[in-house]
Write a new protein. Sequence first.
Length: 204
Amino acid sequence: MARPKNQAGRRAQLVQAAKQAIAQRGLNGLRTIDVAAHSELGAGSVAYYYPDLGDLVREVHENAVSRFYWNRLDHGIASETPEAKLARIIRSGIPRSRDDVDFQVLNELHTHAYRDAFHAGLMAEMYRLEVSLYAAALNEGVEEGVFTMTLPVGTAASNLVALEDAYGLHFMGGTPLDADDIFRLIAANAEVLTGCRLVEATLG
């Protein structure tokens, strides 16, 4: 039997469908038919491309890493000054709305990590990458003489990741804060840590 064309496109579609399914019903008990319900492809196609749903969930995680690390790294690189870079990194880690499926999925992955060593390892690696993202921006500011750190860079970077995770969780849970509120709260902490004023950041 001939193999379907555009396999990369179909796999990408199934990753997005899996994200919708996980956001709606959670990760535990995720079934092939749940993924198919959010896709133009049938359950047979899901099983064809992902005989083991664990492989699909792994690709969902890799997709999350792409948004929460690689895309944010690009936002930082695009900025001209250390303070602008730090501001844009903060902004890019904030949910855009309560319908932001990537944050819904990330919360599910965090929860599942309590019960699954494999997912715990994936989330630990993602945390390490996010800390390294902040640490690189902070170190650049120190090297250019813009930041005067009140805490070691590693500690400050870890604290900023923890703040964005906490505010993101509360935001998705219904706390009466919007994305701009959260940016200002995290930026205020970053200003204390760096001794440098940050400006409002927007994403294109």
